[in-house]
Design a protein around this ligand. Structure first.
Ligand code: ATP
Length: 234
């Protein structure tokens, strides 16, 4: 479904990604692991249309989205949960969710999707009328995930979903990611908790200094010396 081929990204004169190749299929969780500054966030933002690729193609179901701005990338079934969640604190939980359903197809289905999101995260249903700013960090992560699901994505991009959350809440968030994948959505996951990322994903990519240094089933990646040294700290 998602195919990234030969993608470069730059910040002015500094090149952050070099010829990145990557794929995500439907109903698959794929992780990107790598040391700090490797370019993981840049890669997610480039796929999401928030940072323009300097070279290469990014296709979703065969359509090249590399030159599209973020809001047009959403039209192709790609939803992003950015690092730091970015929910609207002064709006209610429900209104935050409805914001995710702005595409016509998603708007038409919003009642059904909202019920599915509440099934996945009962806590959001309990707090539907509260301001999002009053939620805990874990609840805000669930809300950010729920808001992305309201867009009826085929591909979900997740940047650091566990950041700053208590382990028990992280378990819940990852259970939800597994449930979402089981519905047929492809998930591309950037996660600083590498052990968790390797457990949650079936395949992964090791990104080092903006280049894919290794790719394969996560069980194989875990055993590689470069993964153990560079990202697992062994
Ligand atoms: P981390 O795990 O620390 O978040 P990362 O793997 O997500 O790191 P990026 O944040 O994508 O890495 O950064 C990749 C490179 O691009 C780094 O060298 C970083 O300094 C640089 N970079 C990132 N954002 C910018 C920016 N807005 N302007 C200039 N350089 C940037």
């Amino acid at each position: 479904m998602l195919e990234v081929r030969g993608v470069d990204a730059r910040y002015g004169d500094a090149q952050a990604l070099w010829g990145v190749d990557l794929e995500v299929a439907p109903a698959e969780t794929v992780c990107i692991v790598g040391p700090n500054g490797a370019g993981k966030t840049t890669l997610v933002q480039t796929i999401a249309g928030l940072h323009r690729a300097a070279a290469g193609t990014i296709t979703v179901d065969g359509v090249d989205i590399a030159a599209l701005p973020g809001h047009r990338v959403c039209d192709h079934g790609v939803a992003t949960v950015p690092e730091g969640r970015r929910v609207f604190g002064h709006m209610t939980v429900r209104d935050n969710l409805l914001l995710g359903a702005y595409r016509p197809k998603a708007r038409a289905a919003h009642r059904e999707t909202e019920a599915q999101v509440y099934d996945l995260f009962p806590r959001l249903k309990e707090r539907a009328r509260q301001h999002a700013g009053s939620l805990s960090g874990g609840e805000q992560q669930m809300l950010a995930l729920g808001r992305a699901l309201m867009a009826l994505p085929r591909l979900l991009l997740l940047d650091e979903p566990s950041l700053g959350l208590a382990p028990v809440i992280v378990d819940e968030v990852f259970d939800a990611i597994a449930a979402v994948t089981a519905t047929g959505v492809g998930v591309l996951l950037v996660e600083q908790d590498v052990e968790r990322a390797l457990s949650a994903a079936s395949r992964g990519y090791l990104l080092i200094e903006g280049r894919i240094a290794a790719a394969g089933p996560t069980a194989d990646l875990r055993d590689r010396a470069d993964v153990r040294e560079r990202v697992l700290g062994m």
